[in-house]
Design a protein around this ligand. Structure first.
Ligand SMILES: C[S@@+](CC[C@H](N)C(=O)[O-])C[C@H]1O[C@@H](n2cnc3c(N)ncnc32)[C@H](O)[C@@H]1O
Length: 333
């Protein structure tokens, strides 16, 4: 038996031993999610990427102190459920030495369903870091659209001169602000903008909050387009094209075939729609693909006068289920 298989085996055995506690944690988490979070219209799907980042944090593959701290004070996660699920998984990972699958960072390529989130996190970490740390015309504003429980504004390099904006719907932003305060995480450098991207006035809310359209800006738009109408997506890309040269957006898209349940995607599409309905949310938008997979994203960018500088997808073209999740770094050159 190879060393990797041994680690997987020990990790699995530890999880079985800890399963009563893990199950108790999942029950507490799920109860709060349904009875507190979703009832107050606080995004439930925002917990999915947070959960992924927490797993990587406790496995030690990608440190995210802010995510770990706020997870003690959310309507979904509390210190107790964080301990019962996240800390115990971290304990099993550290004791066994297993840091693969959903705990890996940057993770395997081609990525699989279990490593999809770490692939996405790595892609956008690079997109953000490359933009914010460049010497030539660095962005002066960092906007996180559909911020949810994203923590990149709280892990910026020391001395970076940048104004941050976190944009989301009111209940989710309020829950996050409260968690940041209770966790003692400084957030004076962040302006919180409450809005609904599916309303025509969302751009005005950003401008009213002090967003300066004449400054070079990096926009992180991770895990959001699938919940929006096409017009909101085109509006946002059009906004990026009106910003100064050097502005950019990091964005991900589901494929149109997945969202519509076409071709080989019927089963996974049904499961995906059902999973999201569990959070009382809805998947709406998917991008067309074409032979190169990137054709739809290229077209969207081109229509707004923008350029796709980096494009990746999960999975491989040789898979039974061809790739359906796309990541793009789009520049206003
Ligand atoms: C899956 S979460 C992603 C959160 C975060 N970007 C991340 O990757 O951790 C989707 C986020 O988009 C926000 N969102 C969805 N539809 C929105 C809308 N119409 N207007 C504003 N925010 C929206 C949700 O509230 C939620 O926080």
């Amino acid at each position: 038996m190879g060393i990797l298989s041994l680690r997987v085996l020990i990790f699995a055995l530890l999880c079985i031993l800890l399963s009563p506690l893990l199950i108790a944690g999942v029950i507490i988490y799920t109860w709060r999610l349904r009875h507190s979070s979703v009832r107050q219209n606080i995004s439930g799907t925002a917990n999915e990427p947070l959960g992924g980042r927490l797993g990587m944090h406790v496995a030690g593959t990608r440190i995210d102190d802010a995510a770990y701290k706020i997870a003690g004070h959310l309507p979904s996660f509390t210190k107790l459920s964080r301990f019962l699920i996240i800390d115990l998984l971290g304990f099993a990972s550290k004791l066994s030495g297993f840091k693969g699958s959903f705990l890996a960072y940057p993770g395997e390529r081609p990525s699989k369903l279990m490593s999809m989130l770490s692939h996405r996190t790595y892609f956008f970490d690079r997109s953000v870091n490359d933009s914010l740390s460049r010497n030539d015309n660095p962005p002066k504003q960092f906007v996180v659209l559909g911020a949810g429980y994203d923590t990149r504004c709280y892990d910026l390099p020391n001395g970076l001169d940048i104004q941050c904006f976190e944009v989301d719907m009111t209940p989710t932003l309020n829950a996050k602000k409260k968690a940041l305060e209770l966790a003692g995480i400084p957030h004076d450098h962040v302006i919180f903008v409450e809005t609904d991207f599916n309303q025509e006035t969302w751009m005005e809310a950003l401008l009213d909050s002090g967003f300066n359209p004449s400054l070079t800006t990096y926009i992180l738009w991770e895990g959001v387009t699938m919940y929006l109408v096409e017009a909101a997506i085109k509006d946002t890309l059009n906004l990026v094209s009106t910003l100064p040269k050097g502005s950019a957006v990091g964005v991900d898209f589901f494929s149109e075939d997945l969202v519509k349940g076409n071709g080989p995607y019927e089963k996974i599409s049904k499961a995906m729609h059902k999973g999201i309905r569990y959070y009382s949310e809805k998947i709406i938008f998917g991008v067309s693909t074409g032979e190169q997979l990137s054709a739809g994203v290229q077209n969207l960018a081109r229509e707004s006068g923008l350029t796709v500088s980096r494009f990746e997808h999960t999975g491989s073209k040789e898979d039974k289920l061809p790739p359906w999740y796309f990541f793009a770094h789009i520049d206003n050159l």
